[in-house]
Design a protein around this ligand. Structure first.
Ligand code: GEK
Length: 244
């Protein structure tokens, strides 16, 4: 079994902080990093499993776009009520894909999951009954986001579900300030120092672009989805379900 290390990537004071990349050093600490940084991450992964019970259909595909180590893929495979399905996990980080594949093969659900290296913006989506974008669209340039959703919509069966989880922002300055502060408190309560929080924020500045929930809802409708709602929100993190 691969051991997960404690995330200390931003613990040392650094003069010029480089843009965040999903390289081997991130892969080595990823489960610890995401659990201590994203409020509700465990709840969201568990709920993806519950949604899979309802939405994954026989003889269909599911997609986990920006799958990292495959937590969402595994949750879907565990939840599915059929054995006639296949899950495609896609990530553009080679280090993530290598570790993710090793982890899937060690699990009891490896035969249902293929993790491959690729750009989710150009991923073929076919015969999908469920698609997951769990904290990934935020790393795609906003100008490409509608195209990503349209491509997903086109490859989904009627009645299929898209789970879109994102770091969000707020138009109202006080709400923005309050939620950012609460997120920092959350990270501090999980053992991150003020220096780690500040250096990570700098590293993500040019890489992760949050949008408001309204902006996401509008784009989801524009892509063709008739139904969507935020089923989860904690501070500046939310998860939306959209149905074709
Ligand atoms: C989880 N969903 O554990 N194409 C494919 N992958 C990409 C792209 C792209 N264009 N851009 C970024 N990524 C996971 C967590 S992490 C979220 C997702 C986070 C990948 C990137 O390599 C990374 O693995 C993932 O998106 C984002 O449920 O770390 O905040």
């Amino acid at each position: 079994m691969t051991k997960t290390k404690t995330d200390q990537l931003f613990a040392t004071p650094t003069k010029d902080i480089a843009d965040f990349v999903f390289d081997q050093s991130v892969v080595d600490v990823f489960p610890d990093m995401i659990n201590r940084s994203v409020p509700g991450y465990g709840t969201i992964i568990n709920t993806i499993g519950l949604l899979a019970q309802q939405y994954i259909q026989a003889d269909s595909h599911a997609y986990d776009l920006g799958c990292s180590l495959g937590a969402g893929s595994l949750a879907m495979a565990q939840g599915a009520n059929t054995e006639q399905f296949h899950i495609f996990g896609v990530d553009n980080s080679q280090a993530m894909v290598e570790r993710g594949n090793a982890m899937m093969q060690q699990s009891a659900f490896g035969k249902f999951i293929t993790i491959q290296q690729g750009d989710l913006c150009t991923q073929t989506i076919e015969n999908a009954s469920m698609v997951v974008l769990n904290f990934t669209l935020q790393f795609i340039s906003p100008s490409k986001r509608l195209g990503v959703l349209e491509n997903i919509y086109a490859g989904m069966r009627p009645g299929a579900a898209l789970v879109l989880s994102e770091k969000i922002c707020f138009d109202d300055p006080l709400s923005q300030q309050t939620n950012v502060m609460l997120h920092h408190q959350f990270k501090q309560s999980n053992g991150y120092s003020a220096l780690e929080i500040s250096q990570k924020r700098t590293a993500l500045e040019n890489v992760l672009e949050p949008e408001t929930l309204d902006c996401h809802f509008q784009r989801i409708h524009q892509a063709g989805f008739q139904h969507c709602n935020a089923w989860f929100q904690c501070f500046n993190f939310a998860s939306i379900i959209a149905i074709k």
